[in-house]
Design a protein around this ligand. Structure first.
Ligand SMILES: [Zn+2]
Length: 308
């Protein structure tokens, strides 16, 4: 990405305290033996800042193994990053707002042209009130008879060599191990995001732990334990400090982000989920975050690579 307007708004003083993550050429985010986070989408639900909506990759040993969120625009960024559908071991959809899930079907269709045959684990929230759970969401999109994209129904039953999705819903309660292999483990826990069931994910590989807070209001102290001592903690700075009402019930203001990050004490805090309106006083908001958290702060950019 080219230098963005918000960067120009930052004073040199604040810039000297921040790390702005750098874009890498496709497929180069993590070299063999390394673990790294790549931001696919650093934006929110408003298409006003040249950013894709929420999506992140975790690269392990040179391959993009984990996809967290698939918001609008992540389809394009996935290809630009040099990620391959056949390399994915796990997909986590933190919640079923469009800015976290709208491109998932498009990524599946793209993947149907790959050589992949093995199943694809996918995790997301259970349903509550007006929001479906992950399994109902997949039926509503992919079911042969009821789905909007019924022509992709082979992802539900694995017919014709199509990789079958193996969905796992995360419920309220203690964190749960969702998937693991020799070199990778992924846990999830529900986090408070107003009335919207939402899930935070923790990806562990070797000595590296990357935690994705998702959209949340920061009111559950259990999340601090979940994120404790992470190598990288990704938090979404969506609203200004003076937010009230629905916005506050959904999202943590900068002071709460600082408190949560301060208690969790990650090596690096990645702030993401920006829109033009949340960038208006970025310098001020980051200053508030830093009152609670004194470690490295990274401002997310699409396609940026963040190493532990
Ligand atoms: Zn969001």
């Amino acid at each position: 990405m080219t230098i963005r307007i918000f960067s120009k708004m930052l004073s040199l003083t604040v810039l000297s305290l921040l790390l702005v993550a750098c874009e890498r050429p496709p497929g180069s985010c993590a070299q063999p033996g390394e673990v790294a986070l790549q931001v696919l989408g650093s934006g929110g639900p408003i298409a006003d800042d040249e950013r894709a909506s929420s999506a992140y990759l975790v690269w392990v040993d040179g391959r993009a193994r984990v996809l967290i969120d698939a918001g609008g625009g992540s389809f394009l960024r996935f290809g630009e990053a040099g990620a391959r559908f056949e390399d994915l071991d796990f997909v986590g959809l933190s919640h079923l707002h469009t800015d976290h899930s709208a491109d998932f079907s498009a990524l599946l269709k793209s993947g149907s042209f790959s050589e992949r045959g093995r199943p694809l684990p996918v995790a997301g929230p259970d349903g509550d009130g007006v929001f479906p759970g992950l399994k109902d969401f997949l039926v509503a999109t992919l079911d042969r008879d009821e789905g909007a994209y019924g022509y992709l129904s082979a992802f539900l039953d694995g017919t014709a060599g199509t990789p079958m999705l193996t969905p796992r819903e995360v419920q309220t309660g203690p964190p749960a191990l969702l998937w693991s292999s020799e070199d990778l483990a992924i846990d999830g826990m529900q986090v408070p995001h107003g009335i919207v069931p939402a899930v935070a994910f923790r990806v562990r590989s070797g000595d590296t732990t990357i935690v994705f807070a998702s959209d949340q209001n920061g009111s559950d102290p259990e999340f601090v334990n979940f994120a404790k001592d992470a190598s990288i903690l990704v938090m979404h700075m969506v609203v200004p400090q003076d937010v009230t009402g629905v916005g506050r019930r959904l999202h943590a203001p900068p002071s709460v982000i600082g408190e949560v990050a301060g208690r969790a004490s990650p090596d690096k805090l990645v702030l993401s989920h920006f829109m033009a309106r949340s960038l208006r006083d970025l310098e001020g908001n980051v200053s508030i975050v830093r009152k609670g958290y004194s470690g490295d702060v990274v401002l997310a950019e699409d396609l940026a690579c963040v190493t532990p």
